[in-house]
Design a protein around this ligand. Structure first.
Ligand SMILES: [Zn+2]
Ligand SMILES: [Zn+2]
Length: 85
């Protein structure tokens, strides 16, 4: 009767949590809570496979200053999203 349609669900390039590039997953920067991940050590990005070209995925350009392009996540932000800082 009904067609057994097995649609394979393709996993899209994961939106999800990745290690915070700014604090390297520690949740802290110089003994204060990381301002990028809020101490969680993880940040949510849309596509973690694309590194931020600006900071080369490090999350910062200079110590203490999160990358303004990716907001410290180290991953390219989706087009159209506001800058964090
Ligand atoms: Zn962090
Ligand atoms: Zn960046």
């Amino acid at each position: 009767m009904a067609e057994a349609k097995e649609t394979k669900i393709r996993t899209p390039k994961v939106p999800g949590l990745v290690k915070c590039a700014y604090c390297d997953g520690t949740g802290k920067q110089e003994d204060i809570t990381c301002i990028v991940c809020g101490g969680k050590g993880k940040v949510e990005v849309v596509d973690s496979s694309r590194k931020c070209q600006w900071c080369k995925g490090r999350g910062y350009l200079m110590k203490g200053i999160p990358c303004t392009n990716c907001g410290g996540t180290g991953a390219t932000r989706p087009i159209g999203k506001e800058r964090l800082f």
